[in-house]
Design a protein around this ligand. Sequence first.
Ligand SMILES: [Mn+2]
Length: 424
Amino acid sequence: MIEKMMIAEQNAASEATLQRDYGALGEVLDRRGIAIDDICQKVAAYGVAVPSWGVGTGGTRFARFPGAGEPATIFDKLDDCGVIHQLTGATPRVSLHIPWDDADPADLIEAAKALGLGFDAMNSNTFQDQAGQAHSYKYGSLSHTSAAVRDQAVAHNLRCIELGEKLGAKALTIWVGDGSNFPGQAHFTKQFERYLDSARQIYAGLPDDWRLFTEHKIFEPAFYSTVVQDWGTNYMIAQELGPKAACLVDLGHHAPTVNIEMIVSRLIHAGKLGGFHFNDSKYGDDDLDTGSIDPYRLFLVFNELVDAENTEGFDPAHMLDQSHNVTDPIESLMNSAMEVQRAYAQALIVDRAALGGFQEDNDALMASETLKTAFRTDVTPILQMARLRKGCAINPLSSYRLSGYRDRVAASRPASSAGGGGIV
Ligand SMILES: [Mn+2]
C-alpha cells in the first residue's frame, strides 16, 4: 500500500485549487437546479469492481510484452487492487477468475480484508484447458457434444460457486468460448440445447441469494458462430433459467455500430440486466481502457442506468474488463474507474424533466442538446472532491507515480516471462 502521509501531502498541495474549482462548478450546477454535494455523495458511494486478471499485462494473440513488477500470485494481484482502491476509492471489490486465482479461501479473505477489499462476481473458465484436466475444451465446454466434457464444465462452475460462497461473493459470471469455426461444424439448435441443459444444472446449484450472469460475445475464439453470440440469445438463456439469471453486457462484445445503450434499455425493461463489463472498443473485443475511444457512448449507457435507478430491484453489477498491453495496468484501471465515475456523474446531472418534455414534444434537437449539456460539463472537481472526502487521492495518477510503488514491487516480484500470445 501507499503511505497515507504521502497522499495527504499531495492532497494538501492541490486542495485550495480544488475548492475553487468545486465552488465554481457548484455555481454552474446551482443555476441548473442541481446541488453539487448531492452529486458528490452519490459519486463517492459508487463502486466498480476490478478484475483480478486486469492487473497483469495483457497481450494479443501475437505477443505479450510484460511490464516490471507484474503480480505473480493472486495475493500480488490483490495488493495491486488494494492500491487502486486506496487512491481512487472507487474499486471496493475484486472479481476472481478460477482456476487462475484459486487459493485457500481463508487466506484470500484475510488478504482482501487487510486491503479493505471485498469479492465481486466469480468467473469460471472453461475456455482453456488446465494441467491435469481429464477432458479438453478444444471443441467446447457447456455445449460440447460429449456429456463427459459438459459434466466436467458444469462441475467446474459449481466449484466456483462453492469457493465464492466462502468468500462472500454473490454472483457467478459465465462466459464460454463455445461455437464453431466452419459452417456445418456444429448443429446450432442441438448445440444451444446442450448449453441450456448444462446451464440449468449450474443454476440449480446457485444459493438463494446469488445471481447467475451470462455474458454474450459476437465472435472469438470461434470465428464462424458463437453459442451465446448476442443479447437476444443471452436474454433467451436468462428467461429459460429463471429469476436469478440475468444478462451481462460487455461493451466490447458487439458489432462496431450496435446501439449498446438501447440494448441496456431493453434488458432493463425485461428485468434481465445483470451487469456490465466496462471497457472500450474501436474494432472488436479490443478490451481498451474504458472511455478511451467513445466516452459519449459510456455516458449514454449511464444515462439509461440513472434513468432506471429507482426501478424496484434494479441493481446491475458493475465491473471493468480490460487488457492492458502498453500501459501500467494499475494506472489504466485507476483511470478507467474514474472514467466510469465521470460517466455516472454526467448522467446524474442530465435535466430529466426537460429531456422528457422534449421527447414528448418531438423536439429532437433540444433533447439531444439536453444530453450534450450534461456530457460537456467537466465534472472532474466532483470526482476529486469525492476522493478527498474519503481520504483518497485528489490526483490518483500523480500520487501513484510519486509513490514509487511499481519500482518497489518490481524489486520483490520475480520478472514475468515474455511468453507468447494470450489475453492474460
Ligand atoms: Mn467480459
